[in-house]
Design a protein around this ligand. Sequence first.
Ligand SMILES: [Zn+2]
Length: 270
Amino acid sequence: MSRETQADSSTGSVRRRLFLGGLVSTLSIGSLGTLGYATRSPAETLEVRVWLSEEAARYDGVDDRLLEYLDALLGYEYWQLELSYGGVVSASTEDGARVTINGEWPRILAAGALGTRDLDPAADVNLLVTDGQMTTAPTGFALPHVASVGGARYLATLPPFDDLETVLDDGSIHRVVENERPTRTIQILLHELGHALGLEHDHGVAFRNGDAVVATPMLSSYAWDPSYDGDRSRCGTVYPSTDDRERTLSLIFSGCAQRELEEYNGGFSL
Ligand SMILES: [Zn+2]
């Protein structure tokens, strides 16, 4: 059985920044500027737009289901969430990682920002969902403001968000889901979206719930990946041992990640 890992390695942030350097030399600096690299005070609004590839758009209702989940999961009190569906994007590949790694999705957004293409990029996150495979890493990829992920066929089978409500052992209500393909796919989507907003893997946490270990979106399957070398979040939460414990997923960003998001101001230092 294949083991899914996340879209990038623990050196993802370095790789993303190196890649961005290449992107800057490929495109004009001005086109990137219009994608929102200007620094501003902490965001009062968060503009997130979702697009579907041609294959992803073949699944009925996947756009509505995604917006329903993102509306529930990104609706923090510190910003006004402006969530929208951008439409169908024709790309040369359905691979959810490659379409960004090869520069195609960033170039499409840049063309939209420049007005040479009929596509309107959002200020904060531009997420392209494809029907790419979800078995071999990388399955998605992110740059500042830009993200893509595969798995539309699995996302289309997600239950209504409200059906996911789980009462944890301590009595708190959470969104803990089984480590199954559709729920793993939506968590990876959230993981890439988090990267697009500046979050890193160690903003994530893992915690015990009964006999299970729960991993939040930024740590995700790194919680049980022996090659992942972090043992605690950057906020100091030590990760539990996962030996012989059921692996489950939370769709809610950790408190550490949420505090970082609260500081998000629309800019990134390069
Ligand atoms: Zn990652």
